[in-house]
Design a protein around this ligand. Structure first.
Ligand code: UGA
Length: 441
């Protein structure tokens, strides 16, 4: 079977490489020549653990191809996965223009029955829109099916998530398309991965509802953490006590500076937009979006409060810049408002991230200095702020950090340090949801 995957971002590239690893012949297409050239040279346009070796292995085996030439790739394929970007528009709704462009190319190259699969997160009704776009444009008599097959992979563990998913969701109208989808995913089907077979609209909504629910869970624990600081409770004990209830579960109860990344902020906003357009505003998710915004401001306030009256003339070491560990993705990272505020209020920033510094340079204010490692970043700084919970920050040599720092303040926005040990080491330590935290008025 030949498959075409359009778009070589996180979703497209991981999908393409993993499907090739299932033994399928896959052509990944992107209109960005630079990206395709990199991939042809064996270089990855994104940092994702294990992706380079998977791409190399399958490209060498002749199952994984890269090209900018969409038309022949569509003609060769029985199934076309659409994995192009759906960036948010000004009003928060998803911009579907790239999806529609691909649908138009499919219409122009429909030389036999094809299954067209949306893998990007798309608003409900997009399946129908694709169907309409192709039907109205094509001159071909060949039938086609539009399928929704949302991805649930997380950056940093995308390959594991694809190969061992909690579930595969397939939204389709006709049995032939469902049979082809089951065939594509047969290694997972044989491994007894649960399959949810439904209609296109339900499948599209499953993705948004899942992400919005997870974003709500994080926001809920962040608000509990705020309360902990005021009433003298410890968020880790509270989260543990809650998470041991099987109905709640322990995952996604880790407090922090508000969720970020390319998915939760975009998908929560898009879901509120879908609900408003349906005439039934989604009050909980509207609130989650607003509270998450407040969490970002609060993270900045925490740094400001820890440093005293004014930030002017202070130097802050920032550890971790990506929106979460194991990725170089800076989208909606808490590091952005923190660095911007520090710089605009006259503080110097010495930053370190294991992989995101190249991307950070294009996004953070130009005044930010990039350092060789955590100890270099701490050198001469008044405070250390841990923004992202990279594993290496969990095992810092605190004696070295102490002697490198000029001040004693550590603001740990991910609770990677033990407050007791930090106090023993002579630091003025501020975590999240832990009672010793001083808050601004
Ligand atoms: C998320 C979902 O987890 C995936 O299932 C989904 O496929 C993906 O979006 C997508 O729609 O493409 P991702 O954005 O890669 O994946 O990252 P997560 O690990 O979910 O983290 C998202 C944000 O929540 C990060 O800023 C992270 O720091 C934050 N978070 C997560 C917390 O603050 N606390 C937690 O307990 C968990």
């Amino acid at each position: 079977m030949h498959i075409c995957v359009v778009g070589t971002g996180y979703v497209g590239l991981v999908t393409g490489a993993c499907l090739a690893d299932f033994g399928i012949n896959v052509t990944c297409v992107d209109k960005d020549e630079r990206k395709i050239d990199m991939l042809l040279r064996g270089e990855m346009p994104i940092y994702e653990p294990g992706l380079d070796s998977l791409v190399e292995k399958n490209a060498k085996a002749g199952r994984l191809h890269f090209t900018t030439d969409l038309d022949p790739a569509i003609r060769r394929a029985l199934a076309v996965f659409i994995a192009v970007g759906t960036p948010p528009k000004e009003d928060g709704s998803a911009d579907l223009s790239y999806v529609i462009q691909v649908a138009e190319s499919i219409a122009d190259n429909l030389d036999g029955y094809k299954v067209i699969i949306t893998k990007s997160t798309v608003p409900t009704g997009t399946g129908q829109l694709i169907e309409k776009t192709i039907s109205e444009r094509t001159t071909s008599k060949h039938p086609f099916s539009v399928v929704s097959n949302p991805e649930f992979l997380r950056e940093g563990s995308a390959i594991g998530d694809f190969m061992r998913p909690d579930r595969v969701v397939i939204g389709a109208r006709d049995p032939q398309a469902i049979a082809i989808m089951k065939d594509i995913y047969s290694p997972l089907f044989l491994r007894e991965t649960p399959f949810v077979i439904t209609n296109v609209e339900s499948s599209e909504l499953i993705k948004y509802a899942s992400n919005a629910f997870l974003a709500t869970k994080i926001t809920f624990i962040n608000e509990v953490a705020e309360l902990c600081e005021i009433i003298g409770a410890d968020i880790h004990h509270v989260a543990k006590g809650m998470g041991l209830d099987n109905r709640i579960g322990p995952k996604f109860l880790h407090p922090g500076p508000g969720y970020g990344g390319s998915c939760f902020p975009k998908d929560t906003q898009a879901l509120t937009e879908i609900a408003r357009n349906a005439g039934r505003p989604f009050d909980i998710v509207e609130t989650v979006v607003a509270v998450n915004q407040r969490m970002k401001v609060r993270a900045v306030d925490k740094v400001r409060a820890a440093l005293g009256e004014s930030l002017a003339g202070k130097t802050v070491a920032m550890l971790g810049l990506s929106f979460k560990p194991e990725t170089d993705d800076m989208r909606e990272s808490a590091a952005i408002p923190i660095a911007e505020t520090l710089v605009s209020e006259g503080a110097g920033v010495r930053a370190f991230d294991p992989v995101a510094m190249d991307n950070a340079r294009a996004i953070l204010p130009p005044e930010v200095e990039y350092c060789m490692d955590s100890y270099d970043a701490a050198a001469g700084a008044d405070a250390l702020v841990i923004v992202t919970e990279w594993n290496q920050f969990r095992s810092l040599d605190m004696e070295r950090i102490k002697s490198a720092l000029k001040g004693k303040v550590v603001v740990d926005l991910r609770n990677v340090c033990s407050p007791e040990r930090m106090a023993e080491n002579g630091f003025e330590y501020y975590g999240v949801g832990r009672a010793n935290v001083k808050l601004p008025e």
